[in-house]
Design a protein around this ligand. Structure first.
Ligand SMILES: Nc1ncnc2c1ncn2[C@@H]1O[C@H](COP(=O)(O)OP(=O)(O)O)[C@@H](O)[C@H]1O
Ligand SMILES: [Mg+2]
Length: 453
């Protein structure tokens, strides 16, 4: 028989506000990374299950695999440690709940009034909710759905499934991802025709720092690995549209410039980022100083027409480095691994045959989630100096030697699809820079809680 909370466990203020709000039809909790959103989401689901005994609900994550990866560890924590429940099994017929792995993936709470099903559903699989009758739903990390359209469609389906019950409610939580679902629903559409706040919805907000259980090393990791603008969004839970203005907004031609040249790095290996384009190959030549963690973009090559001539150029201009094994490491566009119709050997195969070390993965790192944030974070992030966070730079460009790259850094905007604009051909050198930077200095994954521990 499912019993009410037995263990003493203190929820945080923003969690209490979000969980106890049973007035608004739609309640949201926007917050920084690790602000306590998922814990709040599971407590909210249980509160709604208690209020609507015998009626069913849904707990959602953006994709089905996050149910087991992200949600179930928190379900275990809340059910077992906070509520003192046990899982029902052959040996434990009086357990308070059952977890079903499939058909459909769900939790069943065994109330004495009857069983309540909590469907566990990936938002991208929202069609699985069709035909179900729900009293409530809680969708965690709604802004991390692949697109705003998926989040909107899942939300529409889930709200359409809501029927009568003692407390009918739809709830969403997330770290904001620019102008995604939460911004659309609570900000853009938060007011009625008379510009009055809509009374059917309410958004609560929390910062990472509001959760005292988050170690300071975690916050430090965010500040040192993201740009100040992005760190604010991720720690404060602010809506900041990253897909507007300059793509490489963190680049500053004064702060990020260097007078160093390739000759200053005769004892250092060179990293070469390379983008393959017929008639317009692009490469950038980088050197890294591990003592101070700085990386320098020293030269660019934009006038070679094919991979063979690029190889000749590298061997001629960088002969000093090429004479050593691994003296030059190339980070190529990974699509260059396939042979094309007019070339029997792929570009990457040619580079390898010429003796160059090539580092790449099966797919290129994502432009919006990995390359652009990594490059921007190298241009500007934060460090602690005498107890204060100050802006710092880790990536520097020789402006005179890299005019095409600098033009792209200063001028590339976003296209109508919200991705960096390819018109004008500014993208090739920028792509060449993004491959090595995303490989060498990746931004931490958002879900990865292990990174800082
Ligand atoms: N009220 C609380 N008391 C103690 N620990 C908490 C509380 N709320 C959250 N936590 C812990 O803080 C960490 C982050 O919580 P989580 O809900 O996963 O954050 P988010 O979903 O916002 O990233 C987890 O380790 C979680 O167990
Ligand atoms: Mg979470």
């Amino acid at each position: 028989m499912a019993k009410q909370k037995t263990k003493t466990f203190r929820l945080l203020k923003h969690q209490v506000d979000f969980i106890n709000d049973t007035q608004h039809r739609i309640v949201g909790l926007v917050g920084g990374f690790r602000a306590g959103k998922t814990v709040a989401a599971v407590h909210k689901a249980l509160k709604l299950a208690f209020l609507n005994k015998g009626l069913h609900g849904a707990l959602m994550e953006p994709v089905q695999s996050m149910i087991r990866g992200t949600l179930m560890p928190v379900v275990d924590l809340v059910f077992k440690q906070h509520y003192g429940w046990t899982e029902r099994s052959g040996q434990n017929p009086h357990g308070e709940y059952t977890y079903r792995k499939s058909n459909p993936e769900s939790l069943v709470i065994h109330f004495k009034e009857g069983d309540t099903i909590i469907y566990l559903c990936g938002m991208e699989n929202y069609s699985r909710l069709a035909g179900k009758t729900l009293a409530w739903f809680v969708a965690d990390e709604v802004d991390r759905c692949k697109t705003k359209e998926i989040a909107l469609a899942a939300f529409k389906e889930a709200t359409a499934r809501l029927t009568a019950g003692p407390c009918v409610q739809g709830c969403v939580t997330s770290t904001p991802e620019g102008f995604h679902f939460l911004h659309h629903y609570f900000v853009e559409n938060g007011f009625d025709e008379k510009q009055q706040p809509r009374t059917d919805r309410k958004l609560y907000k929390a910062k990472t720092q509001d959760n005292p259980y988050v170690p300071s090393s975690y916050i430090k990791g965010i500040r040192t690995n993201y740009t100040p603008k992005q760190a604010e969004a991720y720690l404060n839970g602010d809506f900041i549209n990253m897909a507007t203005g300059n793509v490489y907004y963190a680049f500053d031609r004064e702060l990020n410039s260097t007078k160093k040249t390739i000759q200053d790095f005769r004892n250092t290996v060179l990293y070469v980022g390379m983008d393959f384009n017929v008639e317009q190959m692009s490469a950038v030549i980088l050197a890294h100083d591990p003592m101070i963690g700085h990386t320098y973009v020293l030269e660019e090559i934009t006038d070679e027409k094919n991979t063979e001539s690029m190889i000749r150029r590298l061997k001629a201009d960088y002969a000093h480095w090429a004479q050593y094994p691994k003296g030059i490491t190339i980070y190529p566009d990974s699509s260059g691994k396939s042979a094309t119709a007019n070339a029997s050997m792929s570009s990457i195969a040619l580079l390898k045959q010429a003796g160059f070390e090539c580092v790449y993965k099966g797919n290129n790192p994502s432009i919006m989630k990995e390359r652009v944030p990594a490059v921007n974070a190298q241009f500007s992030s934060q460090k602690l100096v005498n107890g204060e966070w100050v802006n710092t730079q880790k990536l520097f460009v020789n402006i005179e030697k890299c005019p095409v790259l600098v033009k792209g850094l200063e001028q590339q905007g976003f296209g109508p699809d919200g991705k960096p604009d390819k018109a004008g051909g500014l993208d090739h050198c920028l792509d060449a820079l993004g491959y090595p930077i995303a490989h060498l200095f990746p931004v931490p994954g958002k879900g990865s809680i292990s990174v800082y521990r």
